[in-house]
Design a protein around this ligand. Structure first.
Ligand code: CA
Length: 291
């Protein structure tokens, strides 16, 4: 994405509008997200895949994530924060990406939000950085009184613990077998801060031993023609979606859940301390051409 200030000024002059001595200070940006299984788009209402180990087809139940610390990277490598105006899907500091399109197989409504909208200084940018998460100061708030997008009950993870940062739920063909042999339908991935102490209802600060916020950097990203793909095939590489080995069904960020090491390893997060273990780019997110 390139925006030349002299070119803009020249355009303004050409339309007989005084350019003045102050060039445009800011530009708008739209950062799109898309849900994929490998290269194929994923929607509610039909099987996709196969994915996981062993490979199995599945239907989508839910795919939503909160995003914070959004920045474009300029040509000198500097990350420049994107300012988020408030709307139904974002407020300053955090945005909710909803890739779940509703329907009989899915958990939510037909409303979606695949786009973050913001502003930042006018400059030439070549990359993108963001973190999957909700800022600490916004995370431990009441879902009942906090403005959108932190008012989504489906993303609430008990008041004290905060929000589910990322929620991916898939229903594998044949279901999920639990350790006692019983069957259940859906395998859940809920990523969020765990082992939190403090009671915000009484004015106390909340501290979480495992933040589980996931930083992502896409060194080459052009929002004018690309989107950020969340790749479920990459996410569940090494995960057996046909069974649950214990704890919550799937992985709900429990440090002792035997299903969490595989998916946390793929995300590049330490299950022990909730910090990223691999600098750089987890394969779960990548830039894809959409225009
Ligand atoms: Ca489990």
């Amino acid at each position: 994405m390139r925006l030349s200030l002299p070119a803009l000024c020249g355009l303004a002059l050409a339309t007989l509008t005084a350019c003045g001595t102050t060039p445009p200070q800011t530009q708008t940006v739209e950062i799109a997200f898309t849900l994929r299984a490998g290269t194929a788009p994923v929607y509610c209402g039909g099987p996709f895949g196969p994915l996981g180990t062993p490979a199995v087809t599945a239907t989508l139940r839910d795919a939503r994530l909160y995003v914070q610390d959004i920045a474009l990277i300029d040509t000198t490598g500097t990350a420049v924060p994107v300012t988020l105006p408030a709307n139904d899907w974002q407020q300053p500091g955090v945005a909710l990406i909803d890739l779940e399109t509703g329907g009989p197989d899915c958990a939510g409504t037909a409303a979606t939000n695949p786009v973050i909208r913001g502003t930042l200084p006018a400059r030439t940018y070549s990359g993108l950085r963001f973190t999957v998460g909700v800022p600490e100061t916004l995370n431990h708030t009441s879902v009942e009184v906090t403005p959108a997008p932190l008012d989504v009950v489906a993303m609430n993870w008990s008041w004290q613990a905060g929000r589910k940062f990322m929620k991916v739920e898939v229903t594998p063909t044949g279901g999920v077998t639990k350790p006692d042999g019983a069957k259940t339908a859906t395998w859940f991935l809920h990523l969020g801060s765990t082992d939190c102490t403090g009671n915000p209802a009484q004015g106390g600060a909340v501290t979480c031993q495992r933040p589980n916020r996931l930083p992502v950097t896409l060194p080459a990203f052009d929002p004018a023609r690309q989107a950020v793909a969340l790749d479920l095939t990459a996410l569940f590489t090494g995960t057996d979606l046909t069974r649950d080995q214990g704890g919550a069904v799937g992985c709900m960020s429990g440090p002792t859940d035997p299903d969490c090491p595989a998916v946390f390893g793929t995300l590049g997060l330490s299950l022990t301390n909730g910090q990223p273990v691999t600098p750089g780019q987890p394969p779960v997110f990548r830039a894809v051409d959409v225009r």
